[in-house]
Design a protein around this ligand. Structure first.
Ligand code: ADP
Ligand code: ASP
Ligand code: MG
Length: 409
């Protein structure tokens, strides 16, 4: 008997009809002779609605209470799905994160999973139950409710699949797999049958929200077979398999284009060009738990240098305030910021063995008059920061430049 973990995202459980359809699919999976653990998200829009309510009270909220609030969305859907399963005659039990002892660290809003107690789930599975677990939430060592960051139900599912040594972790969503880029931005995007963990990790970390980055990290680390599928399609479907088997993959140089609308850029200029300056500039930002993404330091002139970096847009107001204070301390000439930028990235393991990809990318963007504000590269990706008004044009231009809509021979 195989054990399958299935995760259903917000739109897949967005209405009672959708929840009924999920129940049917879960029962069909069980009827094929599998044990099934299901992880669900909150109904679509619910997490945002809850955040909106809190923001009406105050902008600077206790992160502990925020987690108490936003974790409620998933408690609703576990109960409703379990009831739908009961109504269809299936044995099922729901669990919150705390009930399965999804132990995390205590960083509210972006907690990391440390351990999962499997006994309850294993006993229930052995007794013939389908198990329904609330995604996105956990509990810290002191019993406080924590959440895993936006899109965190993906990570809940993969972590459970790893802990229970599941046969496969299936992420059901509103698209039928991972595409060469977000099909909402480029309708000519092509579905990939397979993608490597390495590429998926880059795509996710560069902004492709189809999978939360930590879920891909987890799946790669614990070798969990991971598949993205549509909950809206009839039948089983093959979706996209995230795999380590590179040789079986289509040999495209670029496999996908990711973008991130949630970035903001900060620049501090005219600071002393001396050892330790980078850590002084970024120190207060990292102490505030703000993640820094791209960093560029210019070559110093007349003993001073400029330093530019990007952070999440939500962190921008706090980051610019901190940087202004640092600027005063260091006697910087200027501190400025821009929160209407986006990052577009091309990703592909084939880049390792192909030269000239960067220059084709820059030339294609230049032909469309798109000015590049920052560049960063790694072995399998090239990212550029551009004005947000160029997002769609930039993505489509690069999609066609690298022939992503065509099948490679
Ligand atoms: P869920 O609520 O099921 O977790 P998400 O909205 O988090 O769903 O993720 C699915 C969405 O991810 C799709 O609707 C699509 O717009 C977006 N997306 C972004 N990049 C990609 C990509 N490369 N392939 C497929 N979908 C993508
Ligand atoms: N409900 C949470 C969110 O909207 C978690 C998830 O959907 O994965 O981010
Ligand atoms: Mg998601």
């Amino acid at each position: 008997m195989a054990l399958i973990v299935q995760k259903y995202g917000g739109t897949s459980v967005g209405t009672i009809e959708r929840i009924q359809a999920v129940a049917e699919r879960v029962i069909a999976t069980r009827d094929r002779g599998n044990q099934v653990v299901v992880v669900v998200s909150a109904m679509s829009g619910e997490t945002n609605r809850l955040i909106g309510l809190a923001n009406q009270i105050d902008k600077k909220l206790s992160t502990r209470e925020m987690d108490v609030l936003v974790s409620t969305g998933e408690q609703v859907t576990i109960a409703l799905l379990t009831m739908a399963l009961h109504a269809k005659g299936a044995d099922a039990r729901s669990y919150t994160g705390a009930q399965i002892k999804m132990l995390t660290d205590n960083i509210h809003g972006k907690a990391r999973i440390k351990d999962i107690e499997c006994d309850n789930m294993q006993n229930d599975l052995a007794a013939g139950n389908i198990i329904i677990v609330a995604g996105f939430q956990g509990v810290d060592h002191d019993g406080n409710i924590t959440t895993l960051g936006r899109g965190g139900s993906d990570t809940t599912a993969v972590a459970i699949a790893a802990a229970l040594k599941a046969h496969e972790c299936q992420i059901y969503t509103d698209v039928d797999g991972v595409y060469t880029t977000d099909p909402r931005v480029e309708p000519r995007a092509r579905k990939l049958d397979r993608i490597t963990f390495e590429e998926m990790l880059e795509m996710a970390s560069l902004g492709s929200k189809v999978l939360q980055i930590r879920s891909v990290e987890f799946a790669g680390k614990y070798n969990v077979p991971l598949r993205v599928l549509s909950s809206f399609e009839e039948g089983e479907g093959i979706g996209t398999l995230i795999t380590t088997e590179e040789d079986e993959m289509e040999q495209a140089v670029i496999s996908g284009i990711a973008f991130n609308r949630d970035e903001a850029q900060l620049t501090i200029s005219g600071v002393p060009d001396q050892p330790g300056i980078a850590s002084q500039i970024l120190g207060s930002i990292t102490e505030a738990n703000i993640e820094i993404d791209m960093i560029v330091q210019n070559v110093g002139e007349d003993g001073t240098t400029d330093f530019t970096f990007t952070v999440h847009r939500n962190d921008y107001p706090q980051a610019i305030e901190l940087l202004e204070n640092t600027g005063k301390k260091l006697g910087a000439k200027k501190v400025k910021g821009n929160d209407s930028i986006v990052k577009i990235s091309i990703v592909g393991v084939g880049m390792r063995s192909h030269a000239g990809i960067a220059s084709s990318m820059f030339a294609a963007l230049a032909r469309e008059g798109i000015n590049i504000l920052m560049i960063s590269t790694s072995e399998i990706k090239i990212s550029v920061v551009v004005d947000e008004k160029y997002l769609e044009l930039g993505v489509r231009t690069l999609h066609s430049e690298f022939g992503l809509e065509q099948k490679t021979a």
